[in-house]
Design a protein around this ligand. Structure first.
Ligand SMILES: [Zn+2]
Ligand SMILES: [Zn+2]
Length: 170
């Protein structure tokens, strides 16, 4: 979904959309949605700036960072975004930007891509290093066995890679 700014009445408007999982999948190489994603929010123009705020809700399935087992989790994200058009951004480069303005996104000046916002918010809401459980033991680098299901018979795999270099010195 894209919001065309020229269609906004009185320079503001509400939006809402339901994305089916297949509309957005894969969200990235390790994440898929397993439920529809609902987004709703409000767009407001102020001068040359566009403010978008809203809420995204869905359920995602992410690979465990250690054992690669799929983990499901709910996503509930509120967002507040600010955009300026590309040409305004370029002219503002001449002026010193304040800390706050650095979080501004640039858009083409005609419309806001809601698909992009939804994907980005889902990615931000999910931890970058997702664990299926706090003490996940991961998979054996030698035989690929899931160590949560019991130790395998590999004996040489206990060296932490950070120490492996030291071992070579002796
Ligand atoms: Zn795991
Ligand atoms: Zn093993």
């Amino acid at each position: 979904m894209r919001i065309e700014l020229e269609n906004l009445e009185r320079r503001k408007g509400d939006f809402a959309h339901v994305y089916q999982p297949e509309d957005l999948n894969p969200v990235d190489e390790r994440m898929n949605l397993i439920a529809p994603a609902t987004v709703s929010g409000r767009v407001r123009l102020s001068g040359h700036q566009v403010f978008v705020n809203g809420h995204v809700e869905t359920r995602a399935q992410v690979e465990c960072d250690r054992c690669l087992k799929p983990v499901e989790l709910p996503v509930n994200a509120d967002f507040t975004l600010e955009y300026i058009s590309g040409s305004d951004y370029e002219s503002s480069q001449a002026v010193e930007l304040t800390e706050e303005q650095l979080s501004v996104s640039v858009f083409d000046g005609d419309g806001i891509d809601v698909d992009e916002i939804v994907k980005e918010q889902i990615l931000l809401a999910v931890p970058t290093r997702m664990r299926c459980r706090e003490d996940c033991k991961g998979i054996c680098p030698e035989c690929g066995a899931d160590k949560n299901k019991g130790e395998c018979n590999c004996v040489t795999n206990e060296i932490d890679p950070r120490w492996a270099a030291l071992k070579d010195l002796t």
